[in-house]
Design a protein around this ligand. Structure first.
Ligand code: BDR
Ligand code: CA
Length: 307
């Protein structure tokens, strides 16, 4: 099977860690490198978390630190969901793995320019790094095979009634990306909010008894225990893992072409992804997922860490 070459851009983050678990091992994906951005927590924390996950699971790819703040707005974080460290109550062994010296944005530009147009970007945090790379070197846009991003919603948001966190955390960056002309798949809350596991699924993962299953089990239990008040039935939702799953197995999902514009007015809809089926489409918006098959994909991929 020909693998899809991917770069994950993340703000690790509990569900980002699960995204990395899947990105590094799913047989349909070839993880080239990881770029990191501020979002769920400050950049020093999201970078530390990313490196720690890679070290723990033997994910041997280069990790690049990127932008430490949004393009225009003041920084927000999601500490109330992901905890002070950004990774809940997960504790890692002392960190030896180091980030590369090069900035993530320069890595994106150089890697995309040198590529054969075969790289899919999977941004699962604010779109700051991707927008900066597009502005720095617009010639990268036609080189991007596809952007499968976690962000936005055509229904309700999660940080405000109108906006989802990744878009709200850097709406101007999101606007640059959505208006770039790149091939975009938007994996938003409309689908990711429906991915929270029940206890049977958590236990099925834990029974795999390998380092990735232990990490994933700890993450799911933390989210289910701590986020009922914030997220209700969506607590434990695998937002970012769902985007990686789309890149691996698009046939599990239903999609609709839509025109997506980002609300940049500084009112109550700031950061909303305004989706329309009538305008000129600029994104494939994910509208549904086969829930059982999604969790089967997660379990099957996590099982590979035991081999
Ligand atoms: C998104 O926001 C972050 O907190 C999560 O990691 C995910 O990328 C969900 O709205
Ligand atoms: Ca994220």
């Amino acid at each position: 099977m020909e693998k899809t070459r991917i770069i994950v851009d993340c703000d690790t983050g509990l569900d980002d860690a699960v995204a990395l678990i899947l990105a590094a091992k799913h047989p349909a994906l070839q993880l080239d490198s990881i770029t990191v951005v501020a979002g769920n927590q400050t950049l020093d924390k999201t970078l530390y978390n990313t490196l720690s996950v890679c070290q723990l699971l033997g994910i041997d790819v280069p990790v690049y630190g990127g932008c430490d703040r949004p393009l225009v707005r003041s920084a927000v974080n999601a500490g109330e969901v992901h905890g002070e460290s950004g990774l809940g109550d997960i504790v890692f062994p002392p960190l030896k793995k180091k980030a590369e010296g090069k900035h993530a944005v320069l890595h994106l530009v150089d890697t995309l320019l040198a590529s054969d147009g075969d790289i899919t970007l999977i941004p699962v945090g604010p779109l700051t790094n991707i927008a900066m790379a597009m502005r720095l070197q617009p010639a990268i846009v036609p080189k991007i095979r596809r952007i499968v991003l976690m962000g936005g919603a055509y229904g309700f948001g999660n940080v405000t009634p109108a906006a989802e966190f990744n878009i709200f955390a850097d709406p101007e960056a999101a606007s640059v990306v959505f208006s770039s002309g790149a091939d975009i798949v938007m994996v938003g809350l409309d689908v990711t909010n429906k991915t929270a596991p029940d206890m049977e699924k958590v236990e099925r993962i834990e029974k795999l008894c390998n380092p990735a299953s232990k990490l994933c089990g700890g993450i799911l239990r933390f989210l289910l225990r701590n986020n009922q008040e914030i997220d209700g039935p969506a607590a434990g939702a695998m937002h970012d893992g769902t985007a990686v799953s789309f890149a691996a197995c698009p046939e599990l999902f239903s999609v609709k072409e839509m025109q997506v514009e980002i609300d940049l007015s500084h009112g109550p809809c700031y950061g909303r992804t305004v989706c329309s089926e009538k305008g000129k489409p600029n994104a494939l918006v994910v509208t549904g997922v086969d829930y059982e098959k999604l969790w089967q994909l997660m379990a099957d991929t996590i099982a590979l860490y035991g081999e």
